[in-house]
Design a protein around this ligand. Structure first.
Ligand code: ATP
Length: 270
């Protein structure tokens, strides 16, 4: 379990995170919701070691991981997905997956010359693992495609696939559904649920699409103005007046209650 203890993150005088305490339970899929500017990405960045908090503590299974850099968290199985970097977009999907694990013998020139058979064996194992990941994510048909040519949704699947190349325990997904068509979103959702149920991944997901959240998440944490506004089951959160108000302001609240706005994200960014 990841626990945030009274996290503050200030940028100059601005309190982007203003005293957040929350728990991300092991083995669950937790949604992190909130209107634009609520502090969700900043909190992700604090937990994932991109930002050091101004104050407060983050623990993983009781161990203090506050401010550990991303590579140290990576070694503990705590991963945050990132968009495929520009320099990887001309590589194939398979190569993008095979690039992930660190510490391969072939990484130094010395080893390239003196340990050829070991390098070849490692590369074979890596390739086999990457092929399994492609199969799991129904991406085998694009294995040799340049990553930059994939659709937005397929890229998200590759980002998820990169977490499967190492033994991830906790995966943070930032707006996995943004700009993704419904069919691929369903595939991404299925992959997340299977990784959770079959491989024991813990997920924390920032997402605006309420249907997606309701289908996927065991529980939801709502942030607003750098604080936790509400926590609970998705169905309860969707009915929570404070939450609806935080997203829409009182003027639009009745529309949502009467079912006229399907996704809070759409309304929030309106
Ligand atoms: N590096 C930074 N320097 C200064 N202000 C920042 C920085 N990063 C974030 N902020 C500010 O902190 C606040 C929270 O931003 P954050 O990106 O965490 O919100 P969010 O909930 O993820 O929003 P969105 O849904 O729009 O991505 C915003 O007002 C943002 O402008």
């Amino acid at each position: 379990m990841i626990v945030c203890h009274d996290i503050h993150k200030h940028f100059g005088g601005f309190r982007a995170i203003d005293g957040v305490s929350l728990k991300i339970p092991e083995g669950a899929i937790t949604g992190l919701l909130g209107p634009n500017g609520a502090g969700k990405s900043t909190l992700f960045n604090v937990i994932a070691g991109v930002h050091k908090p101004t104050s407060g503590k983050v623990t993983l299974a009781g161990e203090d991981i506050t401010g550990l850099p991303p590579h140290a968290l990576f070694a503990r199985g705590v991963l945050r997905t990132f968009q495929i970097a520009h320099e990887f977009s001309s590589m194939s999907v398979l190569e993008n997956l095979m690039m992930v694990p660190g510490g391969q013998s072939g990484e130094t020139l010395w080893n390239t010359w003196f340990h050829r058979s070991r390098i070849a064996r490692e590369e074979e194992e890596l390739r086999a693992r990457a092929e399994d990941v492609l199969d799991f994510l129904t991406l085998t048909h694009v294995r040799d495609e340049r990553a930059g040519n994939l659709s937005g949704g397929q890229k998200k699947l590759v980002e998820l696939g990169r977490t499967m190349m190492v033994d991830a325990r906790v995966v943070f997904l930032d707006e996995v559904g943004a700009g993704v068509n419904r069919t691929l979103l369903a595939t991404i959702g299925d992959a997340i649920v299977r990784l959770n149920r079959e491989r024991g991944y813990t997920f924390c997901v920032i997402e605006h699409d309420m249907d997606f959240i309701a289908r996927l998440c065991d529980s939801v944490i709502v942030m607003a103005e750098g604080r936790v506004l509400a926590e609970g089951a998705p169905a309860d959160i969707m009915q929570n007046e404070q939450v609806i108000e935080a997203y829409l302001g009182t003027g639009l609240k009745n529309k949502v209650i009467h079912g006229e706005a399907a996704a809070m994200g759409g309304a929030a960014s309106a």
